[in-house]
Design a binder for this molecule. Structure first.
Ligand code: GUN
Ligand code: ZN
Length: 444
């Protein structure tokens, strides 16, 4: 089945357009953070062969006669959201009751992941997962598979049929987990090599070397992960770090020679640009400095951090050190696919620490900032000419409460904040990939 529609060469989409031009935190002092965003009331986005051709006010932007026009006037048009950390095989453990990270892994997650040796199961879950992501407005994600190469083959096969920009990797895990979901250092190296050769750079897909986290990899396996990065410098590194206090104590006991959690990954040469570390809650100022120097990225996972009780992310530290941060749903530790719901919780996490997440910063993390965290900002994240046209039509009045709240507000900034606090998948009216409306594979 090919889920990609026949592509029309020229499209014009009319709506109110909002996108980021730069990082709101980089705005000069005394200027306004909203200047990092561009809001075009009654705008038009012109897409040619799947790429942004122009973006402007409909009063001044010529629409070519041959363009197919989509009229969404009154609705909001934004770039597709970027989810910088999510596990596709954990769809069936969302909202599992009563545990924190290490028990949660043992009781719910490892048994669910064991089923992914079956490629048919993996394909069915990948289909459901991608439908759900797209219905929630997420068009690009950095995704964990399971230890089984079949899981990654199934995921990339589904993503390629939909022409999605996705990054995924096979979990490397050779200790401290049930034997049916362990690999070996050598088999993980060989399987990863094969998957990189098969998928990395094919269509819009990219590969991430994916050791689960330090406690489930031997030193031999982490050494080979570092070797894979040297052999393939443009692949990603994707793992977890400093999520939960018991996990941090465990890492300290497993690697007594290392000064801290980050030092374990540094020792195996896993910390560099295109390395993405999920969570990063329990980090010292010194570790933040080293992360900034290495130019790696962080996936902040608000719903997960609250749901499995991991802790409060220190956004202020990340901002101070200018470390790139994206948002992650972390399904199934997280309980929502929706990046809007994750922004809602991110705001509250900062409130509890007497720090304010601005609507501009949140919107940036969800779009251009997420793209920057994945080193994809030359391809996606906003509507600069030549970018891939993955975008959303958002209904700011999708629920009675939202309608009431947004109609009372006159500025786009106030409406954006209401959308972020009150919105979810109900607000995502349409999702477009490379300029074409998404066709879903199931009736989920
Ligand atoms: N740390 C190691 N594995 C996992 C996982 O599957 N989910 C989360 N949230 N943290 C992890
Ligand atoms: Zn995770």
């Amino acid at each position: 089945m090919n889920l990609t529609n026949k592509r029309h060469s020229l499209q014009a989409i009319r709506a109110n357009i909002l996108h980021c031009k730069s990082n709101p935190d980089d705005q000069p002092r005394n200027s306004h953070p909203e200047q990092a965003l561009e809001y075009i009331e009654d705008g038009v986005l012109i897409v040619e062969n799947g790429l942004v051709q122009a973006c402007g006010y409909s009063a001044t932007q010529a629409i070519p006669d041959s363009a197919v026009v989509h009229d969404f006037r009154g609705k909001l048009l934004v770039p597709g959201f970027v989810d910088t950390h999510v596990h596709f095989p954990q769809v069936d453990v969302i909202a599992a009751y009563g545990t924190q990270l290490l028990d949660w892994l043992e009781r719910y997650t490892f048994p669910a992941e064991a089923q992914f040796s079956n490629e048919q199961h993996a394909a069915a879950v990948a289909r459901f997962f991608l439908d759900e992501l797209l219905k929630n407005g997420t068009t690009t994600a950095l995704v964990f598979g399971t230890v089984h190469p079949e899981s990654v083959n199934a995921f990339f096969t589904e993503a390629s049929m939909r022409d999605l920009r996705m990054i995924c990797g096979k979990v490397m895990m050779d200790r401290n987990a049930p034997v049916d979901i362990l690999d070996t250092a050598q088999s993980s190296y060989v399987d990863t090599q094969t998957l990189i050769e098969t998928w990395h750079g094919k269509q819009r897909l990219a590969y991430a070397v994916t050791p689960r986290f330090a406690p489930t990899s031997s030193e031999a396996q982490l050494t080979l992960a570092g070797q894979l990065l040297k052999e393939h410098p443009d692949v990603y590194l994707h793992t977890h770090m400093a999520e939960n206090a018991d996990e941090c104590d465990w890492v300290a006991s497993l690697f007594p020679g290392q000064q801290d959690y980050l030092a374990v990954y540094e020792h195996f040469e896993l910390v560099r640009k295109r390395s993405v570390f999920a969570h990063c809650i329990h980090l010292s100022d010194n570790a933040w400095t080293r992360m900034a120097n290495a130019d790696c990225s962080v996936a902040h996972c608000p719903c997960s951090n609250l749901f499995i009780g991991s802790g409060l992310f220190d956004l202020r530290a990340a901002q101070k050190h200018k470390v790139r941060v994206g948002l992650g749903s972390d399904i199934g530790g997280g309980d929502s696919f929706s990046i809007l719901r994750n922004i809602n919780e991110a705001y509250k996490i900062q409130q509890l620490q007497r720090h304010t997440l601005t609507p501009e910063q949140a919107f940036y993390m969800a779009t251009l900032g997420g793209a920057r965290a994945l080193d994809l900002n030359d391809r996606i994240g906003n509507f600069d000419k030549g970018k891939e046209a993955d975008f959303l039509i958002v209904d700011e009045a999708a629920t009675p409460v939202l309608k009431r709240r947004t109609q009372a507000q006159s500025t786009w900034r106030d409406r954006l904040f209401s959308l972020m606090m009150l919105g979810d998948d109900r607000c995502i009216e349409r999702t477009f990939i490379m300029g074409e409306p998404v066709v879903y594979s199931t009736d989920t």
